[in-house]
Design a protein around this ligand. Structure first.
Ligand code: HEC
Length: 385
């Protein structure tokens, strides 16, 4: 099926993609595997190590950078340093200063510096060595790499695979020397599917009906029923509402109740009705400014009011108005950044840099930080709710 362009994709599609990406990210994060050695992957295996242990002093922040060495970019990592060494010599771990520093026993040479509080394990060093020997390839962030069609792998063992996804899972199990678990019984299956898709356990009546349904597509029917239920939207929009900082109370001072649930229900309806993502975003940011705005579109702007607010009588308006503006800029940045579009101009990249004090995470340099911050701040000027 051809993928529709980003702006016409629905919030529903994007949320599902995000869940899948999250699963893949978790799955991909275990760096060392027991089975046959696998090709080292920069994004999965190497960047997290360098990012955690080295970027603080050898990363994008020019002011914090030590020894003129930048390890988040290929050019920097391959460059001839002031010392005359090269941190990375592709294809030759033994000649790479980075490996000499990682394996050094001299505290003055050792990287990361012993007093930095950072450590790199022996297994991680082996991975970095293997990566350099394999050519030390750098890849751009996955969000900027267009997805490519991959054919399903061939499996060696005769396990029943019902669809191509099974083939990928079985291949990985084979790599790990594992066999699939026995199939779950029907009661377990309906419980898992219902909890996963609606966040709720099935009722006894639903379990009985599923057990009584002996048709070959009983499971498909169950999943269709769950996907069509309003509770599916409730479950799937939890992540969005968390990221939007939705809460049923104000969050500060007495933390009193806040009646903003109509916004929550709007998000759930938007998901269940497959609202296109561009409309979903526009209505939340500025639904009230649309021509002939409907009540629903106004309710959508509840998004701009989800930040914590105080109810304290002595609160200084100016102080809280700035705090709220910062909160909303960061929230917009987080939310839009998590929806990484393939278009490099996606708002997320520039928005995050707007919230970052020195723009160090800028993926697109044309950031208008002040303008962005003025967006939410224009919407309210008093501190107490
Ligand atoms: C807390 C800061 C800090 C961290 C974290 C850090 N370094 Fe360094 N690094 C330095 C400083 C300071 C120098 C320059 C002094 C020296 O050469 O020892 C340096 C020098 C280097 C050099 C030699 C550069 C040259 O000019 O030859 C390499 C290679 C290096 N670091 C690699 C790493 C790697 C790989 C990591 C992560 C595993 C790391 N560093 C983490 C501070 C840091």
């Amino acid at each position: 099926m051809p993928t529709p362009p980003f702006r016409t994709r629905s919030f529903r599609t994007i949320s599902i993609c995000l869940s899948v990406v999250a699963e893949v990210a978790v799955y991909g994060s275990s760096a060392v595997h027991a089975g046959a050695p696998r090709h080292v992957n920069y994004s999965r295996d190497i960047r997290p190590i360098l990012s955690n242990s080295c970027y603080k002093c050898h990363g994008p922040d020019a002011q914090e950078r030590k020894a003129g060495l930048r390890l988040d970019k290929k050019d920097g990592a391959y460059a001839k340093l002031e010392s005359g060494d090269r941190a990375i010599v592709p294809g030759a771990a033994a000649k790479s200063a980075l490996i000499q520093r990682l394996t050094s026993h001299d505290p003055d040479m050792k990287m990361p510096p012993p007093d930095s509080g950072k450590t790199v394990t022996a297994e991680q060093i082996e991975l970095i060595k293997a990566w350099i020997d394999e050519g030390a390839e750098f890849h751009p962030h996955w969000a900027f790499v267009p997805p490519q069609h991959v054919s399903a792998p061939k499996i060696k063992t005769p396990y029943a695979a019902r669809n191509p996804i099974d083939l990928f899972i079985i291949t990985r199990l084979e790599e790990e020397g594992l066999a699939p678990s026995p199939e779950a019984d029907k009661t377990t299956l309906i419980r898992r599917a219902t909890l996963d898709l609606t966040g709720l356990p099935p009722t006894l009546g639903e379990v009985d009906a599923f057990l009584a349904d002996r048709s070959p597509n009983a499971y498909e029917k169950l999943v269709d029923r769950l996907l069509a239920s309003p509770q599916y939207g409730e479950q799937m929009t939890r992540d969005w509402l968390d990221a939007a900082r939705y809460g049923d109370t104000h969050g500060l001072h007495l933390d009193n109740e806040r009646s903003i649930w109509p916004y929550r229900d709007w998000v759930i309806r938007a998901f269940n009705s497959n609202k296109p993502f561009d409309q979903f975003a526009v209505e939340q940011l500025a639904g009230d400014l649309l021509p002939h705005a409907t009540v629903d579109q106004r309710v959508a702007t509840g998004f701009n009011r989800c930040n914590v607010t105080t109810g304290e009588g002595g609160a200084i308006d100016e102080e809280f108005y700035v705090r709220y503006a910062v909160d909303r800029v960061q929230t917009c940045a987080t939310i839009t950044n998590s929806i990484r579009s393939r278009k490099k101009s996606s708002i997320g990249c520039s928005a995050t840099s707007a919230a970052s004090p020195n723009g160090r995470w800028t993926a697109t340099p044309s950031c208008r930080r002040r303008q962005f911050a003025s967006l939410p701040s224009r919407t309210r000027r008093i501190s107490t709710d």
